[in-house]
Design a protein around this ligand. Structure first.
Ligand code: FAD
Ligand code: NAD
Length: 475
């Protein structure tokens, strides 16, 4: 096998592996180096997302939501269930199978695109040389015309509180519990805290979520965040805002967590503690001497708007560079870079990155919140449509939430769309497309939506922005 490649990608997560596949599609010779190892020591492509993030969390969210619906909703459908019980081992096995299918699938995709998979550590040296150390310790010196760095991120630890993989865990550990903890504490009411807190709450854990900020979901539209808080409370998630965790100690009777809130120092004893206080870029062992690649003060690899680092023909994409830590953002960057390398046009529209929180109800948005538009001083209008007025949502027994559109008052350009409700993560795709094409709310109003579908909520919200909704009174 040649040691010279047009492109070497270091990192095989959702930013790196699509970059490698697109480079292969562009007829470039390409290798993708990845060092991920699972708990059983087996190597796997797919990075955090496939192995320990997006995919396993969504599998457990789905299973736990089914249990919750069976317990709380089936009766209203006239479905009587006797002897419903949880088999967590089977639930975890199903999750592991989905993960394995997804990660093995990458090897098939690599084969199809002519990507050389290299499992082990990659280290960039000066002059676009790459030192590859396979998992068995064998070293190879590779040379590339272009290098794409996609080394991802890692969970942030809480100062003074070490992960022990058992009682104090990160998000990966929280996906692997073999029994439902009786008392669970999650530090951080961010996306991970809310998703994994929901999983274990639905499966029966008494769950306290401690959040340092005074406001829940400050990045979401205010009305959406308020509605979300109501549903989390209804689920029984005990979210304590303004609660800054200072430390935790593992003792025989449990994990003692201490935090400070408006009333002073508080403490809590739980069986398991999940630390979900954010992630930081991971670049340990990635860069040798004299590469010309620089890190910023927070440890992210410095790049320009085209993902070029300071070193010629060295690029960086995904969680290890600025911007939201999202799989789809990394994927678009990886693909765009592989196209730029091939001399093709590549573009990432950072203004239309969708955010989705896979709780129940689901939360999704794209563009600016009403608060952001208001603060900008731009005259605007809004339109909302509640799922309670959607026939499809009623048929699904899923009437919680609403869709809201924010548009420029003068030009009618859509500035943001916010959904909390059933399948919000799917509904937001239409909003992203609309904003990608700089659509007006009138464009959405004049687009036919099938009946009865949840997507009619997007249509009606757009109509409501001009007080022309049909299925709700206009105010
Ligand atoms: P990673 O996925 O972290 O992949 C980087 C890869 O590079 C890893 O395999 C790593 O081992 C490897 N690597 C690093 N350095 C080297 C080296 N020197 N040599 C060889 N290999 C190396 N995002 C979403 O968009 N939707 C979700 O629903 C979602 N859910 C999530 C749930 C959880 C619990 C977590 C933790 C994250 C979730 N995310 C989600 C975030 C998402 O996982 C990340 O944004 C995404 O994985 C980033 O992709 P990446 O390729 O940049 O990095
Ligand atoms: P986050 O930044 O979303 O939330 C962390 C929260 O912890 C913040 O609200 C912060 O105020 C709080 N916090 C920090 N220190 C604290 C302390 N000492 N005491 C109490 N609270 C404290 O981070 P995350 O939830 O860990 O997620 C990490 C990344 O993973 C995010 O960037 C997210 O984009 C990504 N992710 C995305 C999805 C999705 O797209 N559905 C799902 C999971 C994770």
């Amino acid at each position: 096998m040649s040691d010279n490649f047009d492109v070497i990608v270091i990192g095989g997560g959702p930013a790196g592996y699509p970059a490698a596949i697109r480079a292969g599609q562009n007829k470039l010779s390409v290798a993708c180096i990845d060092e991920w190892k699972n708990r059983d020591g087996s190597p796997a492509f797919g990075g955090t997302c496939l192995n320990a993030g997006c995919i396993p969390s969504k599998a457990l969210l789905e299973s736990s939501e089914l249990l919750h619906r069976a317990q709380h909703e089936f009766a209203s459908h006239g479905l009587k269930l006797a002897g419903l019980s949880l088999d967590l081992a089977t639930m975890q096995k199903r999750k592991a199978t989905i993960v394995r299918q997804s990660t093995l699938g990458i090897l098939t995709l690599f084969k199809g695109a002519g990507v050389v998979p290299l499992q082990g550590h990659g280290r960039l040296l000066a002059g676009r040389k790459v030192e590859f150390t396979s998992h068995d310790g064998t070293k190879r010196s590779l040379q590339a015309k272009h290098v794409v760095l996609a080394s991802g991120s890692e969970p942030m630890p809480l100062r003074g509180v070490a992960f022990d993989g058992e009682r104090v865990v990160d998000s990966w550990g929280a996906l692997e519990f073999s029994e439902v903890p009786k008392r669970l504490c999650v530090i951080g009411a961010g996306v991970i805290g809310l998703e994994l807190g929901s999983v274990w709450r639905r499966l029966g854990a008494e769950t306290v979520v401690l959040e340092a900020l005074e406001q829940l979901l400050p990045m979401a539209d205010g009305q959406v965040a308020k509605e979300a808080a109501r549903h989390f409370r209804k689920l029984g998630l005990d979210i304590r805002l303004g609660a800054k965790v200072g430390g935790a100690e593992v003792r025989p009777d449990g994990v003692h967590v201490s935090y400070t809130d408006a009333k002073g120092v508080q403490s809590l004893v739980v069986d398991r503690l999940v630390v979900a206080i954010g992630r930081r870029p991971f670049t340990a062992g990635l860069l040798g001497e004299g590469t010309g690649v620089a890190l910023d003060e927070r440890g992210f690899i410095q790049v320009d708007e085209h993902c070029r680092t300071g070193a010629a023909d060295v690029w960086a994409v995904g969680d290890c560079v600025r911007g939201p830590m999202l799989a789809h953002k990394g994927k678009e960057e990886g693909v765009a870079v592989a196209d730029r390398i091939a001399g093709l046009y590549g573009e990432v529209n950072y203004r239309t990155i969708p955010s989705v929180i896979y709780t129940a109800p689901e939360i999704a948005w794209v563009g600016q919140t009403e608060e952001q538009v208001k603060a900008s001083g731009r005259p605007y209008k809004t339109g909302s449509f509640p799922f309670a007025a959607s026939a499809r949502a009623r048929a699904m027994e899923a009437t919680a939430g609403f869709c809201k559109i924010v548009a420029d008052a003068a030009s009618d350009e859509i500035l943001g769309i916010h959904v909390i409700g059933p399948m919000a993560g799917e509904l937001i795709a239409e909003a992203v497309l609309a904003m990608e094409y700089s659509a007006s709310s009138e464009d959405l109003q004049r687009t036919m939506h099938a009946h009865p579908t949840l997507s009619e909520a997007v249509h009606e919200a757009a109509l409501a922005a001009d007080k022309r909704a049909i299925d709700i009174p206009n105010r």
